[in-house]
Design a protein. Structure first.
Length: 291
């Protein structure tokens, strides 16, 4: 087993088909997000802080279907979901169907050490206001710049210098979906999971399929004995039973990174104390994963 790097981080910008003119924007956006996380991790900050920081960068970038670039539902309104999990004590903070939060991931982080795991809609927005989180006009979140084909989400997994692991997700959901529909992203065991004793995972793809297969839970269970890439292959095999595209990012307790996807593309950037940041939009481009 190679020695664990001091820290490592991987981010994704969603499992989807990325039209040629948008590919560079996806790479750049993921690189900026991973750089934000890497700066904190190199300074000795926590995995939770790094994950929040990376996801905030992706939420602020209209290239991605989360925060500022969210797609409208069937009523033409944006509803966002996000979650963050701390592998130290299995704390989870999550929000769903929120319409006025500039950074849903930061409100999820505020919830990490509160009693409720998940707050939805007006309840989450009232909690955000009470805790001084950034509120915005719903129109600010609606994507007007790029057309999102298929489904996507953003996510991040990090391990810090102390070996603590965190995972996060944020999404604008599926274009044209039912009002009030919630996908996998805010649900631990479906869209994300983190456990310092095992690893951390963050998923993208068709939420209904990821929920029905509890894919993040399956992936974490496989990481108890498999290397990341083998665990991912097993999880994607489970997904075949219900169909649907997905993209998965993983860091295990040894700091090994893995990722893969069944979608045409999956924008990803990775970095660690031992390797500089690199970005990809297809798994075939990355020869360096530690599987
Ligand atoms: N994976 C995002 C969603 O289905 O909402």
């Amino acid at each position: 087993m190679p020695e664990r790097p001091d820290w490592a981080v991987i981010v994704h910008g969603g499992a989807r088909t990325i039209p040629e003119p948008l590919r560079e924007r996806h790479r750049q956006g993921c690189l900026e997000a991973v750089a934000a996380a890497a700066t904190l991790l190199a300074a000795g900050r926590s995995a939770v802080a790094a994950v929040e920081s990376a996801v905030r960068v992706l939420e602020a970038d209209p290239t991605f279907n989360a925060g500022r670039g969210s797609v409208p539902n069937a009523a033409g309104e944006v509803e966002c979901d996000a979650a963050i999990m701390d592998g130290r004590d299995l704390a989870v903070g999550a929000v769903a169907a929120v319409r006025t939060l500039r950074h849903p991931i930061s409100v999820a982080r505020l919830l990490l050490y509160e009693r409720p795991v998940l707050l939805v809609a007006e309840g989450a927005e009232a909690f955000a206001r009470a805790h001084g989180a950034e509120i915005c006009d719903p129109d600010h979140l609606r994507n007007t710049e790029t057309q999102h084909a298929g489904c996507d989400t953003v996510g991040c997994v990090a391990i810090d210098a102390r070996g603590n692991i965190a995972a996060g997700t944020s999404t604008g959901g599926l274009s044209g979906c039912a009002v009030g529909r919630v996908g996998d992203s805010p649900l631990p065991g479906c869209g994300l999971y983190a456990d310092d004793a095992v690893g951390g995972v963050s998923l993208s793809g068709e939420g209904e399929s990821l929920i029905r297969t509890t894919l993040a839970a399956r992936l974490i269970q496989a990481l108890e004995h498999d290397a990341p890439q083998a665990a991912i292959a097993g999880a994607l095999g489970r997904l075949e039973r219900v169909g649907g595209e997905a993209g998965l990012i993983v860091i295990d307790r040894h700091g090994r990174i893995g990722w893969d996807h069944t979608s045409d593309h999956f924008a990803v950037a990775r970095a660690s104390a031992a390797e500089p940041a690199r970005a990809f939009i297809h798994r075939d481009e990355d020869k360096g994963s530690d599987a």
